[in-house]
Design a binder for this molecule. Structure first.
Ligand code: NDP
Length: 243
């Protein structure tokens, strides 16, 4: 069912928001797409249906990015169904807000498990199944550059870890010409920010929040052949927020 020239992408956290937009964009760019989710199968199935309506192939896989076994199983299922992986987008991420005086250990552990360990393990699991000259893209955050609000310390620190991780993994994978880059969005209109849109709009120099499709467009560039000289980079796309 998969044409010889067709490329495969695996999007961790591809059922809603930025990840769903990336999955859809990759399908439009000709990729066969596997996408993971953790809690909302209906949303994942909707993305698969949208891709199939465009004539593409897609597969949704339940896999909690905090669970190493689930991550490995997602990679295996992707490869069994679609063959070697050309592009990995590690988008799954969560935010829990709170100051240091009250922040709960369970929230700290969950944030680290999904936003840091999960990112590393997703890439580690996928790499043995990737073609040379493949593409790895993480979704960090502009808060790695500047935390503008109190209560976002843990979130920002997880995203700073991603920016640093990407540099090291880029060096590790350079011999195989696999590039590894990190997108750092600012406020984007998704479920994660739904309650804060008016306040965020005020804070952005371009005076609007971004749309998931604008991040997906950068994903599309980074997976393209012409982006092959960029690796280890963190690209901030935030309407000027951190300037
Ligand atoms: P959403 O909350 O809208 O969507 C998150 C996606 O990730 C969903 O598909 C969700 O699946 C999946 N996901 C969450 N936790 C896990 C998990 N443990 N295992 C597997 N999948 C998981 O988020 P956004 O689209 O807003 O954000 C996507 C990424 O972009 C995150 O890493 C976020 O930190 C980052 N980001 C977002 C910004 C914004 O303003 N929106 C700004 C900067 C960075 P499910 O539906 O099953 O829960």
């Amino acid at each position: 069912e998969r044409a010889a020239e067709q490329k495969t992408a695996l999007v961790f956290g591809g059922s809603r928001g930025i990840g769903a937009a990336a999955a859809l964009r990759l399908a439009k760019d000709g990729f066969t797409v596997a996408l993971t989710y953790v809690s909302q199968p209906d949303k994942a199935e909707k993305v698969v249906a949208e891709i199939e309506a465009l004539g593409g192939h897609a597969l949704d896989i339940q896999a909690d990015s905090a669970d190493p076994g689930a991550i490995r199983a997602a990679v295996v299922r992707t490869v069994e169904r679609f063959g070697p992986i050309d592009a990995v987008v590690v988008n799954a991420g969560i935010i829990r807000v709170g100051g240091i005086e009250t922040f709960k250990l369970e929230d700290l552990d969950r944030m680290l498990a999904v936003n840091v360990r999960g990112v590393y393990l997703s890439i580690q699991a996928a790499v043995p199944h990737m073609r040379d000259s493949g593409r790895v893209i993480t979704v960090g955050s502009n808060t790695a550059v500047r935390s503008s609000n109190s209560g976002t310390c843990v979130y920002a620190m997880t995203k700073a870890a991603v920016a640093t991780m990407v540099k090291g993994i880029a060096l590790d994978l350079a011999p195989r010409r696999i590039t590894v880059n990190n997108i750092q969005p600012g406020p984007i209109e998704t479920d994660m920010t739904a309650a804060m849109i008016p306040r965020l709009t005020e804070m952005v120099p371009l005076h609007r929040v971004g749309q998931p499709a604008e991040i997906a467009a950068l994903v599309s560039y980074l997976v393209s052949e012409e982006a092959g000289y960029m690796t280890g980079a963190s690209l901030t796309i935030d309407g000027g927020f951190v300037l």
